[in-house]
Design a protein around this ligand. Structure first.
Ligand SMILES: [Zn+2]
Length: 323
């Protein structure tokens, strides 16, 4: 038995195949703390949605690799306790080195991402192939990335972005053997995804690039990072209760929903969870200045994140009831 199977995780193969054929996307929810993990778990159980629980290399440092692993295993047990059969993958988000990925494969992750997108094309192929070769020995699926997203992803910052060249995708996938590919079609990391000048309207994602990629690689699962909506209600709540988020601008959810019906099989959600949590905590503390019990404001954060995830699953990704 594969190590990840011992823990009850699945790799992303079957999940993506079904998502591709039935035209929806699997949510890949990043977690950084217990409350966020509970929000993800409860949202997916309530909606009967398959999901990918995602930890970045930095979160593994923050919480500790053993704790990340045990928390993820606990999710599987809680799903069983609820008498549900919900497929759950545990994925490393933005592994930057071979060692990051190897340590996740060795500790029982069912999926890893190797992000060589800031390297030269040749170096990206080299490191991605090395990770694929190792991970596939253990049946762990691998996500690569081609094209650069601007913004800050968990302490990794790119100031420039460039779109994925559809002409390179086929070659990259063939040479590396990756199971899925993150591409750049106009999404970006962080809360300022697009800077819109006054009078300008919201630009749309480059669906022409996505279509071109799908034409060249039919049936191949595509991944979107930096696809948070940065909902204005949370930005307003944060700023109303003492925060200072400037120029926050996300990707409209109708565009993400459109991508989910195409070759996009996995959509990452990180920033949207963070701002929902921060808005709820700021509001709770501001309205209840005598509160000292962390459960009071952390549970408010959990509920807000859970509501957000349920809405994404139902209205944006189309994956409710697909477990
Ligand atoms: Zn990312």
């Amino acid at each position: 038995m594969r190590k990840y199977e011992e823990y009850g995780f699945v790799n992303t193969k079957e999940m993506f195949k079904k998502a591709y054929n039935e035209k929806y996307a699997i949510p890949a929810f990043n977690f950084v703390c217990l409350e966020q993990m509970l929000a993800i778990l409860e949202a997916c159980i309530e909606t009967n949605s398959p999901f990918i629980l995602q930890a970045s290399a930095n979160v593994r440092k923050y919480i500790g690799p053993i704790m990340v692993q045990r928390m993820a295993q606990a999710c599987v047990e809680i799903i069983k306790q609820n008498e549900k059969q919900i497929p759950m993958a545990l994925n490393l988000d933005h592994g930057l080195t071979f060692e990051d990925c190897k340590s996740c494969v060795d500790s029982g992750f069912s999926s890893v991402m190797i992000d060589g997108s800031s390297l030269s094309y040749e170096k990206n192929i080299e490191i991605t192939s090395k990770v694929v070769e190792y991970a596939h020995k253990y049946d762990v699926t691998v996500e690569g990335e081609l094209g650069v997203l601007s913004g800050t992803e968990d302490e990794v910052t790119h100031t420039e972005s460039y779109y994925t060249d559809p002409l390179l995708v086929e070659d990259f996938v063939k040479k590396t053997g990756v199971d899925s590919l993150a591409i750049s079609i106009g999404t970006s990391h962080g809360v300022v995804k697009i800077k819109i000048k006054e009078g300008e309207s919201m630009p749309t994602l480059r669906f022409d690039i996505l279509d071109e990629i799908e034409k060249r690689l039919p049936g191949f699962p595509i991944v979107l990072h930096g696809a948070s909506a940065i909902l204005p209600k949370y930005v307003e709540m944060i700023n109303k209760f003492g925060g200072n988020l400037k120029e926050a601008q996300g990707i409209p959810e109708d565009q993400i929903a459109h991508a989910a019906k195409k070759a996009v099989c996995k959509i990452n959600v990180a920033s949207d969870g963070w701002i929902a949590a921060t808005a709820a905590i700021r509001k709770t503390l501001s309205e209840n200045p005598a509160v000292i019990d962390p459960r009071k404001y952390l549970s408010a954060a959990k509920e807000e994140m859970k509501n957000l995830y349920i809405r994404k699953i139902k209205d944006v990704f189309g994956c409710a009831g697909k477990a």
